[in-house]
Design a protein around this ligand. Sequence first.
Ligand SMILES: CCC1=C(C)/C(=C/C2=NC(=C\c3[nH]c(/C=C4\NC(=O)[C@H](C)[C@H]4CC)c(C)c3CCC(=O)O)/C(CCC(=O)O)=C2C)NC1=O
Length: 181
Amino acid sequence: MLDAFSRQAISADSSGSFIGEGQLSSLRAFISEGNKRLDAVNAITSNASCVVSDAIAGICCENTGLTSPNGGVYTNRKMAACLRDGEIILRYVSYALLAGDASVLQDRCLNGLKETYSALGVPAGSAGRAVAIMKASACAHITNTNNFTGPKRKMSVTQGDCNSLSSEAASYFDMVISSIS
Ligand SMILES: CCC1=C(C)/C(=C/C2=NC(=C\c3[nH]c(/C=C4\NC(=O)[C@H](C)[C@H]4CC)c(C)c3CCC(=O)O)/C(CCC(=O)O)=C2C)NC1=O
């Protein structure tokens, strides 16, 4: 499990060099943007159940086969497993966003997930679509631009530009999608 700091140390060590000015300035930026990062993590965390249940409901609406006999979430047991997986994935994305590094997501969540899904017959395309919906809503929560129909859950935070954090979060969701596809 790495974070933005450890990653710089490991990268310097791998070339046998001291931490360079370029690396220090990227860490300086990481620290100076720290409050935004914490707000971005909080935007995901405090809306997690909404983000997850909306994504799973979304794939079920788009593909009614999922809830039909032999479908991916047919039976309460499988629906519960699916909602739980959505929550696990979102939780690991939030850890990666906090650390500014995807290694915790890769090592503890994605490692072997594709193989598990194919062994159990979990439909990879639908799982990827659920993650894509979570990506869209989580990113909207980060930039506080979520304007979906239904209750608007805007956070009261200092206004600022969170686009790069939103893109960073998007890249973690994309890693999930490509690793299970
Ligand atoms: C460390 C992190 C971690 C992950 C990521 C994890 C995933 C995970 N998801 C599983 C099952 C499952 N996952 C799903 C998920 C879905 N089915 C669908 O159709 C949807 C597309 C999708 C939800 C988006 C389902 C239905 C099962 C149960 C499959 C079965 O037993 O038939 C299983 C098999 C064991 C179990 O049922 O609990 C694992 C290990 N477990 C972990 O500990």
